[in-house]
Unconditional design. Structure first.
Ligand code: HEM
Length: 479
């Protein structure tokens, strides 16, 4: 008899209980969904949602025109979709940028694809939250802030001049994008971190970067697999540098000039127990990744705009000739000279408005978020965009025209966001600015140049790049 009761309980009552329980949960979920108002928009097919449309538009650099803008027209500035397996809300406009970017750690946290996290490393600041993010970022920012970079101006000038004379002199054609990538890589390593660049290092890093947004398939020969192998090599290489530096510091043999370089600061932090070795390695990889394609694309687009707008080029050239006039032969630029490059910086900013090096970035809701009368459920992804404000006439009059002087006037906060905003605003802003301005200075004063293919298009993978690498014809100026 007791066996019968047990049999009855396990075969009839228990399954019934499970059925009721899940039914109850489903109803509760449905009634919650009725109570909360999700943003408008279509979720597409189950699981893949609108991923294919998103990637297809992205590949052709039409993400804004063909994916985001038509949905803004249909649903408004905030809409939902499903991309890369996640329900996602795309927000556009200065208010939305401000809301999302300034609520980092409170309502949202940054959310990168698994392949990026794996290759950058879990200990880079991009994966850190709250206090740990603040303190690690603080160490990096001491070398990248204005005060740290002031010392770097003469160094960067020598570096750029040497680079041009070694790599541009004697040639009549250059891939401007490729050349700037190599230059930026060397600047981050040698001028910022204080690490010598060995032959082959750029290629190994680029193999890592190629896998950062890949599918994350660990199959021998796949992009991600190659990237992982390259990442292991880089990890070992940086670890060796860290250990050598530690030894030099502990034995009091560190050269004075190296004392203030970022790598030395990080190693000092490690000796004092504030930073781990893995945090140093992961953040070095992040800095290279964050600087590499972004700065090179910004430089390429600045030159493209200068080539297409002769009046602007004339004004830029005049600005740099005036700066040179007050310099002795061979004298390096200083911070005051950089401040005089006001119009050049307007040209670069306007180029980054029309061609932002970063489309936007993903966040994840860490709680249910109420915004503009909608609920964005916990766990959903959110994407803020640069284009949503940069191409909007609410913020920029005649937005598709190139007009550097518009930057003489102020603009609403979070309308111009090529460098993001809030606690994760680009930490390399000042370095990127110096890199662009100093390179423009030496190229326009030392070379005549023109675009070989003025109609060259921009592709995306997933960051934008000039599809042919922006070849330019160059000839040294005879002064
Ligand atoms: C024109 C060049 C650059 C552009 C347009 C750019 C843009 C951005 C943007 C939009 C973000 C924020 C991403 C987000 O909100 O998720 C960011 C973050 C970051 N950038 Fe840049 N960047 C540039 C150059 C650099 C350089 C030269 C470095 C360093 C050497 C750098 C280092 C970083 C780092 C480390 C972060 C992450 C900050 C954090 O999570 O706290 N960037 N950048």
């Amino acid at each position: 008899m007791p066996i019968d009761i047990f049999y009855f309980l396990s075969c009839v009552l228990f399954p019934l209980f499970v059925l009721f329980f899940f039914n109850f949960l489903r109803h509760k979920q449905q009634s919650n969904n009725h109570k909360r108002k999700l943003p408008p928009g279509e979720m597409g097919f189950p699981f893949i949602g609108e991923t294919m449309k998103f990637f297809d538009a992205q590949r052709r650099n039409k993400l804004y025109e063909e994916f985001v803008h038509p949905r803004i027209t249909k649903h408004g500035k905030i809409f939902k979709t499903r991309i890369i397996g996640s329900p996602t809300v795309i927000v556009n406009g200065a208010e939305a940028n401000k809301f999302l970017l300034s609520n980092e750690f409170k309502l949202v946290k940054s959310s990168w694809p698994a392949s990026s996290v794996h290759l950058m490393g879990k200990d880079s600041i991009m994966e850190k939250d709250g206090e740990r993010h603040r303190s690690l970022r603080g160490v990096i920012a001491t070398s990248l802030g204005y005060a740290g970079l002031e010392r770097l101006v003469p160094k960067l000038c020598n570096f750029v001049q040497l680079y041009l004379s070694k790599n541009w002199r004697g040639r009549d054609e250059i891939s401007l994008y490729r050349s700037t990538k190599v230059l930026t890589f060397n600047i981050v390593f040698e001028c910022l971190l204080g690490i010598n660049v060995e032959p082959g290092m750029v290629d190994t890093f680029e193999r890592v970067l190629e896998g950062v947004f890949s599918m994350g398939i660990r199959f021998p020969g796949s992009k991600f697999w190659r990237a992982m192998k390259a990442r292991e090599e880089i990890g070992k290489m940086i670890m060796k540098v860290v250990r050598e530096k530690r030894k030099e510091i502990e034995e009091g043999k560190l050269k004075r000039v190296e004392d203030r370089m970022l790598m030395s600061k990080l190693v000092y932090g490690m000796i004092q127990g504030e930073i781990t070795e893995k945090e140093i390695i992961d953040n070095v990889v992040l800095l290279v990744f964050a600087a590499h394609d972004t700065t090179s694309f910004a430089v390429a687009m600045t030159f493209k705009m200068l080539a297409q707008h002769h009046d602007c080029y004339g004004k830029v050239l005049q600005e740099h000739v005036d700066i040179m006039r007050n310099k002795r032969c061979g004298e390096s630029l200083n911070v005051d000279d950089i401040k005089k490059m006001k119009y050049t910086w307007q040209v670069a900013r306007e180029s980054m408005r029309l061609f932002p090096p970063i489309f936007g970035s993903f966040r994840k809701a860490i709680t249910d978020i109420e915004y503009e009368g909608f609920t964005i459920p916990k766990g959903w992804k959110m994407l803020w965009t640069t284009y949503g404000t940069h191409y909007n006439e609410e913020y920029f009059k005649d937005p598709m025209s190139f007009n550097p002087s518009r930057f003489e006037e102020g603009m609403p906060q979070y309308a111009y966001v090529p460098f993001g905003g809030g606690p994760r605003v680009c930490v390399g802003y000042q370095l990127a600015k110096l890199n662009i301005l100093i390179l423009v200075h030496y190229v326009v004063t030392q070379y005549d140049w023109f675009l070989i293919d003025p109609n060259e298009t921009v592709s995306m993978d997933p960051l934008p790049f000039p599809s042919l690498g922006m070849p330019i014809r160059i000839s040294p100026k005879h002064v």
